[in-house]
Design a protein around this ligand. Sequence first.
Ligand SMILES: CC(C)(COP(=O)(O)OP(=O)(O)OC[C@H]1O[C@@H](n2cnc3c(N)ncnc32)[C@H](O)[C@@H]1OP(=O)(O)O)[C@@H](O)C(=O)NCCC(=O)NCCS
Length: 173
Amino acid sequence: MEQLTIRSADPELDAWACAHIYAPYVTDTVVSFELDPPSAPEMAQRIGSAIEWLVAVRDNDVVGYAYAVQHRQRAAYRFACDVSVYVHRGSHGLGVGSELYRQLLDRLERRNYRTACAGITMPNDASQGLHTALGFTRVGVYHAIGWKFDAWHDTLWMQKHLGGSGPPAGEPG
Ligand SMILES: CC(C)(COP(=O)(O)OP(=O)(O)OC[C@H]1O[C@@H](n2cnc3c(N)ncnc32)[C@H](O)[C@@H]1OP(=O)(O)O)[C@@H](O)C(=O)NCCC(=O)NCCS
């Protein structure tokens, strides 16, 4: 098996693969709160507007992706991102998610972001385990916040501090 490569996503090259990985989590699970899987053009738009979007490639196939978007729009939130990660169903448990996240968090820290936030529909042992393993801590639970497949679902929020303490070293860039 070829080595895993992590690189920045290219909206044109990688949108279809990311949409393909994501679609079953939309159609078959409550991991995603979307109801309809995004098209490749929509995914390309998301890749292009993200703060960071990384893909994991093995044997020339994209097997997972992780990304960061702005947490909220108000100016004081500008050092905080929401992050997420999706690994192809056939590639779970092989270290893809953790390598994507390690590199994503490292890039965010180098760009002066100070907090990574993650919202996880409960239950999701794999996601909670991954975030905990990478140093995220529990913030709290939004109860019955999402309605999908005729049921209410809870979202656990976790966060990880990036960089040192004290004032920011510079603006996010
Ligand atoms: C969550 C997800 C990204 C994990 O990716 P992965 O490549 O399978 O995870 P890794 O192999 O890198 O595992 C890293 C760590 O995560 C934790 N973990 C992974 N799978 C786990 C599971 N099924 N149960 C508990 N912990 C798990 C472990 O701590 C693991 O470290 P270890 O192997 O040393 O025990 C993957 O399962 C996935 O794509 N799930 C569906 C989409 C999803 O839930 N995304 C997150 C949205 S919030």
